[in-house]
Design a protein around this ligand. Structure first.
Ligand code: SF4
Ligand code: SF4
Length: 738
C-alpha cells in the first residue's frame, strides 16, 4: 500500500465511521417515532401477498410508470441506486489498492457489462429527473407546480449526489483503463474505456477518485441522518415497508381505496354499544393517535407532489393539499416526539401523563409543539386548519397517485371522526343532513312512505322483496334515486331497461334506508353503524337461504355501490353488488337490450370517483354509451373523452359529504369540471352517479348553458337508444309505457 492509499484508506474509514454512526442513530430515532403510533395488527396478516405486492409494485414501478417518462427515469435511478451500492462497496477496495475490486463477481465481464449499462441508463435517468424538477420548480413563471411546498434543496441535493456518484464510477474505471488495470473488455464497458482515453495514466487516480466517491456517498448519508424528515432520501428505504404494510395488499396497484378503515381503539374495532370516550379512542385528536402505519406513511412521503397535482381541492384554490397535509403531520410528529418519548402525552380525559421531572429536560420549542391542537386555525396554532380538513371530497385521487401507497383519506376521515363525534365541530350546514339521517333515514329528510313514489306511472309493476317468490337482483334504489327528482328519472330508466330485458328484480321499498355513506365520510361513524346495521339485517333477511353468489344487488348510486359492496362486510353483510352500468353493459353485450337509435350531438363521460377510481369500473359505462352512440350499427361515433378521465378523472365536488357543505373557498369544483366537459364540444355529458348529476347540472345551469349541454345518466342515454318512444325529442322524460 502506497502513501496515497494509506491516506485515502484512513479518510474513507473515518468518514464512513461517522456516517454509519449517525445513520444508525437516525434509524433508531425513526423507529422510535413510528412505534409511538397505535397498534394495527391487521397489517401483519397475509405476509405472502404483502411480499408479492411489494415486489411487484417496486420492481415493476406499477404506479410510477403511469407517469411515462418520469416513471421510466425513476426506475433506472432506483435500479441504479441498488447497483450503485455495489459500486460504492467496490470503492472501499479501490482506496486500498488501485487494482482492487469486488471479490467473486469483480472481474467477470458480465458484471462489468451490467453495471456499465445500468450506470449509463441511471445517469440519463437522473438527468431527466433533474430537468423535470427544474422545469416544474415552484418559482417558475406561471402555472401551479406539483413541487409547491416541497423542500426543493433536498430534492436537488439527492439528485446531485446520485449524478456525482454515477459520474465518479466512470472516472474510477477511466483511471483503471488509463493505468492498464481495467479487467473488462471494451465491448462490455465502452463508456469507461472512452473516459479512460481522456484521463492521464496517474496510478493514484483510482484511489483518489474512489475516496471522492465514498466521501460524496457518506456526505449524503450524514445529511439524511441529520434530517430524519427528509423523505425524498429516506423513501428509498421506507417505501418497501410502506408498500408491504399497505391497507389492501390483495388489490392490484392503483385499485383505489377499498373500504374505509373501521374506527379502532388500541388496535381493535370500536364497538359503539360498549365504547367509552374516557377509555376508548374516538378518531384521532393527537398525532400519536394515528396507527404506527400512519406515522410510517408520514415518514415515507417523497414530497413528489403527484397527489397535490390531482387533488380537486388544491386545483380549485382550496387550502387542502394532500402532500402538505402529510408533511404537516410528519413535521409535527417528529417535533413532538421527544416529549412523547419522555413519557409525555395526554390521556383520553385530557390529563398530562408525565411528571414535571420527566419533562424537565425538554426545550421550550418541543413543549410548545406538544401543546398544539391537531386541528385548529392559525389563531389556535393548529397543525391542520379546519378548512383543510373539510375541503376533502375523499375522491381518492391522492391515494391513487401516490407512488409509496400513503393513505391520505383514512387519515383525513380519522381526524374528522374525532371532530364530529367528540368535539361536534364540523361545517354547521352539514348538521341538517346528519339530523335527517338519524331521524328520517335519508339526507333530505323526506318521509319514508314516499320512497316508492318513483314507481308511479311506470306502466309495469315493480315488485317488493317478499311479494315475489324469486328475483335475480335486489334493486337498491338509494335515497337520491328515491327522493331527488333528477335521480328519480335514472331510477325509472333503469327499472324500465331491466323490465325490457326481462331481468327479474325487486326493491326493498320502505324497508330501505340510507346506506350511511355521507355519515361515514363526514366522520359520524356512530350514525353510519346505526344505518348500516339496519340495512345489513334487512338485506340478510331478503337473501335468507341464498348462497353468496346469488345475493345480487344492483345500485345506481356509486356511493351505495361502494358502501354495500366494500364496507358492509365489516358488519356481516356479504353481497355481490354491481353498478347499474355494469348490468346494462352485460345486457347489451348479451343481446337482451338492443340500442336502435343513435345518440347524436356527441357524448362525453364523467367518471364518478366512487365508481371509477374507488372501484375501477371504467369500461362498463363506456361500453353502454358506445352502444347507444352507434344505435345498433347505424352510426359510427366515438365517445369524446375529457382530458382528465378514468383513473385521473376530476371529482364533481360532492364526495366526502361535501354535497351537504357549502363551498366557500376558491373556484367551485363542479364549475371546473363542467368547463372541461364543455370544452369537448359534446352535447351530452353522461354521468353514472346522482350526486355528479346534481353537481354538473348545477355547473351547467350556472354557466347559462342548459340549452346547449345536457347532463344525464348513462341509463337514460341507453333508454333513448333502446326505446326512442319513451323520450320524445331526445330529451329525458320519465318513461310511461311498459
Ligand atoms: S381525497 Fe381527493 S380531495 Fe381529498 S385530499 Fe385526496 S385528492 Fe384531495
Ligand atoms: S404522492 Fe405520496 S409521496 Fe408524493 S407527495 Fe403525495 S403523499 Fe407524498
Amino acid at each position: 500500500m502506497g502513501s496515497v492509499q494509506i491516506v485515502t484508506t484512513v479518510l474513507a474509514a473515518a468518514i464512513t465511521a461517522v456516517a454509519v454512526w449517525l445513520a444508525v442513530r437516525a434509524v433508531l430515532k425513526m423507529v422510535a417515532v413510528i412505534r409511538l403510533g397505535q397498534p394495527a395488527p391487521e397489517r401483519f396478516a397475509d405476509k405472502g401477498t404483502r411480499a408479492k405486492t411489494m415486489l411487484v409494485e417496486t420492481a415493476g414501478h406499477t404506479r410510477m410508470l403511469r407517469w411515462g417518462v418520469v416513471g421510466a427515469a425513476h426506475w433506472f435511478v432506483m435500479v441504479g441506486f441498488i447497483v450503485l451500492s455495489l459500486l460504492v462497496l467496490e470503492a472501499y477496495f479501490e482506496v486500498v489498492s488501485p487494482t482492487g475490486g469486488l471479490p467473486l463477481i469483480g472481474g467477470l465481464a458480465v458484471y462489468g457489462l451490467v453495471t456499465e449499462v445500468i450506470a449509463v441508463l441511471g445517469t440519463v435517468g437522473i438527468g431527466v429527473l433533474i430537468a423535470i424538477r427544474v422545469r416544474n420548480r415552484p418559482t417558475r413563471p406561471g402555472g401551479r407546480s406539483r413541487f409547491t411546498g416541497s423542500t426543493m434543496w433536498q430534492g436537488y441535493f439527492v439528485e446531485a449526489v446520485v449524478l456525482a456518484v454515477l459520474v465518479m464510477g466512470f472516472v474510477i474505471r477511466g483511471f483503471k483503463v488509463a493505468t492498464d488495470h481495467f479487467e473488462y473488455p471494451v465491448w462490455a464497458t465502452p463508456v469507461s474505456h472512452a473516459v479512460g482515453a481522456l484521463l492521464p495514466a496517474w496510478p493514484a487516480g483510482v484511489s483518489v477518485a474512489a475516496l471522492i466517491k465514498i466521501a460524496i456517498s457518506m456526505t449524503w448519508l450524514i445529511v439524511i441522518a441529520l434530517n430524519v424528515t427528509m423523505g425524498v432520501a429516506w423513501h428509498r428505504f421506507l417505501a418497501f415497508f410502506n408498500i408491504f404494510f399497505k391497507r389492501e395488499p390483495a388489490r392490484p396497484a392503483g385499485s383505489g381505496l377499498g373500504p374505509l378503515r373501521p374506527m379502532t381503539s388500541n388496535g381493535k374495532p370500536l364497538d359503539f354499544e360498549e365504547a367509552d370516550p374516557e377509555k376508548d379512542q374516538f378518531g384521532v385528536a393527537q398525532v400519536e393517535q394515528f396507527t404506527w402505519k400512519g406515522l410510517l406513511d408520514f415518514s415515507t412521503c417523497t414530497e413528489c407532489g403527484r397527489c397535490q397535482s390531482q387533488c380537486p381541492a388544491w386545483n380549485t384554490g382550496k387550502p387542502l393539499s394532500p402532500k402538505l397535509l402529510v408533511l404537516s403531520l410528519r413535521d409535527h410528529a417528529y417535533a413532538k416526539a421527544p416529549y412523547l418519548l419522555a413519557g409525555g402525552g395526554k390521556d383520553l380525559t385530557g390529563e398530562e401523563k408525565a411528571t414535571a421531572a420527566q419533562l424537565a429536560h425538554l426545550d421550550v420549542l418541543t413543549l410548545a409543539e406538544a401543546e398544539k391542537p391537531l386541528i385548529g386555525d392559525a389563531e389556535a396554532g393548529g397543525v391542520i386548519d379546519p378548512d383543510v380538513l373539510w375541503s376533502c371530497t375523499t375522491c381518492g385521487a391522492c391515494v391513487e397517485q401516490c407512488p409509496v401507497d400513503i393513505e391520505h383519506v383514512d387519515h383525513i376521515v380519522d381526524m374528522r371522526r374525532y371532530q364530529v363525534l367528540i368535539e361536534s365541530s364540523f361545517p354547521s350546514e352539514a348538521g341538517v343532513m346528519l339530523r335527517n339521517l338519524e331521524n328520517k333515514g335519508n339526507p333530505w329528510g323526506a318521509p319514508q312512505n314516499t320512497r316508492e313514489d318513483w314507481t308511479k306511472g311506470l306502466g309495469f309493476e315493480v315488485p317488493r322483496v317478499g311479494e315475489v317468490d324469486d328475483f335475480e337482483y335486489l334493486f337498491w334504489v338509494g335515497c337520491a334515486g328515491a327522493f331527488e327528482d333528477r335521480a328519480k328519472k335514472t331510477t325509472r330508466a333503469v327499472a324500465t331497461l331491466l323490465n325490457e330485458a326481462g331481468v327479474s328484480f325487486a326493491i326493498l321499498g320502505e324497508g330501505e334506508t340510507c346506506s350511511g355513506d355521507p355519515a361515514r365520510r363526514i366522520g359520524n361513524e356512530f350514525v353510519f353503524q346505526m344505518l348500516a346495521q339496519q340495512n345489513v339485517e334487512t338485506l340478510n333477511e331478503a337473501f335468507e337461504g341464498r348462497e353468496q353468489a346469488k345475493r345480487k344487488i344492483v345500485a345506481t348510486c356509486p356511493h351505495c355501490f361502494n358502501t354495500l359492496g366494500n364496507e358492509y362486510g365489516q358488519l356481516g353483510g356479504e353481497f355481490e353488488v354491481v353498478h347499474h352500468t355494469q348490468l346494462l353493459a352485460h345486457l347489451v353485450s348479451t343481446g337482451r337490450l338492443t340500442p336502435v337509435q343513435p345518440v347524436d350531438g356527441g357524448v362525453t363521460y364523467h367518471d364518478p370517483c366512487y365508481l371509477g377510481r374507488h372501484n375501477r369500473v371504467f369500461a362498463a359505462p363506456r361500453e353502454v354509451l358506445g352502444s347507444a352512440l352507434n344505435g345498433g350499427g347505424r352510426a359510427d361515433a366515438d365517445l369524446i373523452e375529457m382530458p382528465r378521465n378514468s383513473e385521473r378523472s376530476f371529482c364533481c365536488g360532492a364526495g366526502g359529504a361535501r354535497m351537504w357543505m357549502e363551498e366557500k373557498i376558491g373556484k367551485r369544483i363542479n364549475v371546473d369540471r363542467v368547463e372541461e366537459a364543455m370544452s369537448t364540444g359534446a352535447r351530452t355529458v353522461a354521468v353514472g352517479c346522482p350526486f355528479c348529476s346534481t353537481m354538473l347540472n348545477d355547473g351547467v345551469n350556472g354557466k347559462g348553458a342548459g340549452e346547449q349541454v345536457e347532463v344525464v345518466d348513462v341509463a337514460s342515454v341507453l333508454l333513448r337508444s333502446v326505446r326512442p318512444d319513451t323520450a320524445p325529442g331526445g330529451k329525458e322524460t320519465a318513461p310511461t309505457a311498459g
